[in-house]
Design a protein around this ligand. Sequence first.
Ligand code: COA
Ligand code: MG
Length: 273
Amino acid sequence: MSKAYRARRTALYVPASNARALEKARTLDADVVILDLEDAVAAEDKARARATAAAMRHELAPREAVVRVNSAATEWHDADMAAMAQARPDAILLPKISGPEDIEAAKAKCGGVPLWAMIETPRAVFNALAIADAGADCLIFGVNDLVSTMVGRHRTDRANLHAAMSLTVLAARAAGITALDGVHNDLDDMTGFAKACAESRDFGFDGKSVIHPSQIAPAKAAFSPSLEEVAYARRVLAAFAAQPGASVVTLDRRMLEALDAQSARRTLARAGL
Ligand code: COA
Ligand code: MG
């Protein structure tokens, strides 16, 4: 987590062609809103969605506004990139990429807007670290495209995805950037959703991609430190603040080192504090 850490516990996908959902997104408690121009938008709506995303991008603060463009292989990609280089969302999310060369190509078109990368093709899984090192600020695991491109099938326990999930998180950790887990497609399965969030947190993901308002609160809870953890982190930092310059301090007769202060700062950052 070497880059300035921002809490990204929930990233809500909103089709940029769906006016009602866009309006609703402004009232929802997601850390990130992903205005989608890609899979969730029909071909005939692409141009209108692009214009809407460019206009909406300033209306979502304090949420991060990220625009998912169409992939480089499509006829819409260049127009999406040009529009977003001008609209300047908080980031541009690149789908269906294969490797670091795709980040380099996007850098030439994004006008300096930060780039995020979907890890959703077999090649991207193997190249996740090179993609992160090429300058992506966040990796988002893409469940549906990966299951399809690996010619697998969805399983509720996601055992078939564990290797790819770990590689995504490890690449993000090695590069000091954030990693978000993919979506849970079953909108009514709140028990399974909570389980998937807990598992994803155990894997090390910073947050979860969500597709419906009902998924925001449980995902936020799963990826936020508990009240006790936050209180303890504050006490750790207070103990260090009380002894400026000390590399070792005590709290409740336990030794604390610099790494404890670092982990306390990370806890507060994960809580969005
Ligand atoms: N963002 C914001 N608001 C959303 C939303 C979203 N992703 N999904 C649903 N809503 C809103 C609806 O507009 C509706 O609002 P209203 O009460 O003002 O009418 C309310 O939440 C309830 O929606 P509901 O009727 O339960 O859902 P739906 O059947 O209309 O839509 C989906 C279901 C899956 C089509 C929709 O949730 C969606 O489009 N999700 C995002 C899909 C996406 O972007 N996929 C690409 C990445 S995988
Ligand atoms: Mg997709």
